[in-house]
Ligand binder design. Sequence first.
Ligand SMILES: [Zn+2]
Length: 261
Amino acid sequence: MTANNSKSFWFIFYKDNILLEKRNGKHTIPNEYDSLIPTLPNVIVHEVASLDGIVCKTLSLDHPVEESDQYVMMGLRASYDYIEEKLYNMAGKAAEILHWDKNSRYCPACGIKTIQTTPICKQCPQCKQEYYPAIATAIIVLIRKDDSILLVHARNFRGTFHGLVAGFLETGETLEECVKREVMEETGLTINNITYFGNQPWPYPSGLMVGFTADYVSGEIKLQDEELSSGAFYTKDNLPELPRKLSMARRLIDHWLETQQ
Ligand SMILES: [Zn+2]
């Protein structure tokens, strides 16, 4: 049991940035805690899961780790291009645990301090209500029209790329109803053949992205101005800048491109 401290994966965050270790010309998640930071007063260490038999732990620092020959901090999204996918996925889970921890310190009903009872459960000592990490579900949809697809630029996109229509599931709604509503609200288009494609945890800050494909039926594109700044149907030879590889949007677009050869 005592060996765990010296051999764990350490997912160490400062705000949205994660600490990576540079080793043999590659980047990875540090796993030699003792050599990393000798003393970390007042830091809560959370156990996330285990990966290939190695315990994964996470913590949030109140100051960044200075860049050196050995360490660098970068945004979680950016880390996708540097570390193994299984480590990136675990980093996302770690980020969601930290987000939950920060936002569940007090019982929302009683206002008193909660107590952590398991790695993913806190309980109010007064009303006994239990609190688990909340996952916000969102849909994302690729809409086909003849040999083209609808690509939009949302005002909250981080960059100039074009992606797909997406939005959060509302209470009492099925995923398919959500797809229809979001597409109508954001673009004014009617669609059918809504088909499940896949899903992906989306730790920004704590979500699940559920991907669908659908077919255009009718309507002229009328963009919801507050959300979207541009949108149009594009053929494969005429594509704008696309979302990065880590996203469900890009997986949907790449899958569609494979069918257009
Ligand atoms: Zn309570």
